[in-house]
Design a protein around this ligand. Structure first.
Ligand code: ADP
Ligand code: ASP
Ligand code: MG
Length: 411
């Protein structure tokens, strides 16, 4: 008999029929003798719909009230799923994050889980009930409702699994595992049987939205056995593991991640003195804007050009701050570009192979794609390119690093 935490995403609970199907699935596990805690997201599209409502009142809604509202999406699905289970003769009870007491800090819209009170859950499990918990939400020490950021139900699932020392955390979604890249962009993408926490963390933070970054961090930190599976198709899914097998089979690259969420800012003709980077980025960080990639070029006339990327949501703010800085330090001009995308290759196998970056640049050059910025680490190489070439770039790299699935018969 195992204790399993199962998380079902938005499309998996996107209609009454789907919720009934999820109930059937949970019932099967329970009939097998397992203890089950289920975490659900809001019905697909619901969180976006709620955010749109708030934006009709104000372009930048008060974060506390926004959380108060968007947390309702999950409150609907937990109750519907509990009803569907009870209808099938499975004792079940639903709880919001607040009712469990998933304690978070007070950073509305991106709160971090601090502590989970597992007493209620354990009592219910002992009494033979399936516990259905609302994903994506918690409560701060003052009793305010908080949310964990987009995709946050994954983190609720993993955090509950850690608190309950569950045998496995199963993330059920609309794909049958973690792929070499988003299968919706590259039809030849391949499902991975296994991926290391380190690689998954890198993939998630570089844009693969199949798992929220924090859920992977949490699983790695507390060693939660984590698996991504399809909600309604049988299959082994993808196991996220610690071990990094150094076999001959180890591919150099495990996956390709990408995102269109960044924007690029450049300040040109900056007098080149010590402290320049600090003068430019200090005010940006004071404005609470996170910077991702940075490039500095020295010109011949003792000036420098400085380029960095931020989240697109922060673009206008960052532009305002940078224009101020430009005036203060006597820079020539400030330019911005929102039509960019970041493509990254990820793999622990890179550590033992030279020439990975140049192979990447070669593949992009062959397609005539210009690279605007580069950043590397031990297990990834990222480039910024023009957004319109994103899909072409991902497909070219997928082929260049021999990740394409073998063609099926008849193809
Ligand atoms: P859920 O609503 O179940 O949380 P998400 O939409 O958040 O589902 O995540 C699943 C989606 O992640 C898939 O439909 C797929 O398009 C996307 N995705 C992006 N990168 C990958 C990848 N490397 N492997 C699998 N899916 C990926
Ligand atoms: N419903 C939330 C969202 O759409 C949380 C989640 O689905 O994980 O972001
Ligand atoms: Mg998700």
């Amino acid at each position: 008999m195992a204790l399993i935490v199962q998380k079902f995403g938005g499309t998996s609970v996107g209609s009454i029929e789907r919720i009934e199907q999820v109930a059937e699935k949970v019932k099967k596990f329970r009939d097998n003798g397992d203890d089950i805690v289920v975490v659900v997201s809001a019905m697909s599209g619901e969180t976006n719909r709620l955010i749109d409502l708030a934006k009709q009142i104000s372009e930048q809604p008060v974060p506390r009230e926004l959380d108060m509202m968007v947390s309702t999406g999950e409150q609907v699905t937990i109750a519907l799923l509990a009803m569907a289970l009870i209808k099938r003769g499975v004792p079940a009870v639903s709880y919001t994050g607040n009712q469990v007491r998933i304690l978070t800090d007070s950073s509305f819209t991106k709160a971090r889980i601090l502590q989970i009170d597992d007493r209620k859950l354990r009592t219910d499990l002992k009494a033979g009930r399936v516990v259905v918990v609302a994903g994506f939400q918690g409560v701060d020490e003052h009793g305010n409702i908080t949310t964990l950021g987009r995709g946050g139900s994954d983190t609720t699932g993993v955090a509950l699994a850690a608190a309950l020392k569950a045998d496995e955390c199963q993330i059920y979604t609309d794909v049958d595992g973690v792929y070499t890249t988003d299968p919706r962009v590259v039809p030849k993408a391949r499902r991975l049987d296994k991926i290391t926490f380190e690689e998954m963390l890198e993939m998630a933070s570089l844009g693969s939205k199949v798992l929220q970054i924090r859920s992977v961090e949490f699983a790695g930190k507390y060693n939660v056995p984590l698996r991504v599976l399809h909600s309604f198709q049988e299959g082994p899914g993808t196991l996220i593991t610690i071990d990094e097998e150094e076999s001959m089979e180890q591919p150099i690259i495990s996956g390709i991640a990408f995102n269109r969420d960044e924007a690029k800012l450049t300040i040109r003709g900056v007098p080149d003195n010590p402290g320049v980077a600090f003068k430019i980025l200090g005010p940006i960080s004071e404005a609470n804007i996170e910077v991702d990639m940075i490039v500095q070029n020295i010109a011949h006339d003792n000036t420098t050009d400085f380029t960095f990327t931020v989240h697109r949501n922060d673009y206008l703010n960052a532009m305002r701050v940078l224009e101020n800085t430009a005036r203060e330090i006597g820079a020539r001009e400030v330019i911005g570009d929102t039509d960019i995308a970041k493509v990254s290759i990820v793999g622990v196998g890179m550590r033992s192979h030279a020439g990975v970056a140049s192979r990447m640049f070669g593949a992009l050059a062959k397609e005539g794609i210009n690279i605007q910025m580069i950043s590397t680490s031990e297990i990834k190489v990222s480039v910024v390119i023009e957004e319109k070439y994103l899909e072409l770039a991902v497909r070219a790299l997928h082929t260049a690093f021999e990740l394409d699935a073998p063609a099926r018969q008849g193809e």
